[in-house]
Design a protein around this ligand. Structure first.
Ligand SMILES: O=C1NC(=O)NC(C(=O)O)N1
Length: 310
């Protein structure tokens, strides 16, 4: 009922974690790999190990979460070794998330992956909002175009881009025009809604330490933005470019809505952080219930079929 085909690999369902949540260590990744999730993605890896921002840097709220992690990770080799080892053991579809701290590091990381025996998918994170002094790459259209042009002079393996949310139709148009030039496997919309501010009223204080309390928002706050980005890119991108929908998934209905907007896979971040990997069993059950109520027997029956008011 929830079977999904991605890069000719059949997944039991369209769900996976959002990069950054429950995917920092091999222990967490093993828990994802043995959970109900259809697939998993690693924490965004940079070339070298990163401590990340000072704590507290993550905070769950009633309606979602705010984070300014600052790309803490164990370095590319740690995650590359993990996915290659699982690939040798027969793993079919894996997602490795990467980003560089500079233009040259981005190129060097992807060259290393290209030259490695890893055959899985690379998620190129162009949207971390939390490294002080580092703007989100995908808000710079010219830089994104230049970077992708160079990447595709040597990168031939499956690759997708993780995008920040856009809020202007002209930006959807401009970004889609750039993305359609490249043989991307997919676009993942959205990363956290950058630089929000959450206040502890009793203490009259912010709740995370980095950047004076500014951090990326996840959870219920961002579902309408996430759905709009999934829909906008589905309407504009070549059908050959798949869409992964991320943002605001609390229950099965939210997943249904992401797929109705055109998502091929759906990632869960904040709710996974709050609930643990058992969330995938709950969400798959709830999605099946929604589909049954509406008389659908497969995801293809309704994917991308959001109606407008004529
Ligand atoms: O791309 C990212 N998005 C986030 O919301 N947080 C992390 C981070 O800060 O590492 N990275």
């Amino acid at each position: 009922m929830l079977k999904t085909n991605f890069l000719d690999v059949e997944l039991s369902n369209p769900l996976m974690n959002a990069s950054g949540v429950h995917c920092m260590t091999t222990k967490e990744l093993d828990e994802l790999a043995t959970s109900e999730a259809g697939a998993f993605v690693t924490k965004t890896a940079t070339r070298d190990y990163r401590e990340g921002n000072p704590e507290p840097r993550y905070y769950d709220t009633a309606l979602g979460s705010i984070n300014s992690m600052g790309l803490p990770n164990n370095g590319l080799d740690y995650y590359l070794d993990y996915v290659i080892e699982r690939q040798r053991a027969g793993a079919k579809l894996q997602f490795l998330s990467v980003t560089g701290m500079s233009y040259d590091e981005n190129i060097a990381l992807l060259k290393k992956i290209q030259e490695s025996e890893y055959e899985g998918v690379t998620e190129f994170n162009l949207s971390c909002p939390n490294v002080p002094g580092k703007p989100q790459i995908a808000y710079d259209f010219e830089l994104t175009d230049k970077l992708l042009a160079e990447v595709f002079t040597f990168f031939t393996k499956p690759i997708g881009v993780k995008l920040p949310p856009y809020f202007d139709i002209a930006h959807f148009d401009e970004m889609a025009k750039i993305l359609n030039k490249y043989p991307l496997t997919y676009v993942n919309s959205v990363n956290s809604v950058g630089n929000g501010l959450y206040i502890d009223l009793d203490k009259e204080q912010v709740v995370i330490k980095p950047k004076g309390g500014f951090g990326g928002l996840g959870g219920e706050y961002i579902k309408p933005t996430a759905l709009a980005n999934v829909r906008a890119f589905r309407e504009r991108l070549n059908p050959s470019i798949k869409i992964i929908g991320t943002g605001g998934v609390i229950n099965g209905k939210d997943i249904f809505e992401h797929i109705l907007c055109g998502a091929d896979l759906v990632q869960v971040g904040t709710t996974l952080h709050k609930e643990g990997v058992s969330v995938f069993a709950r969400l798959t059950k709830e999605l099946q219930e929604v589909m049954k109520e509406k008389g659908y027997s497969s995801l293809d029956d309704f994917r991308g079929k959001l109606k407008v008011i004529e």
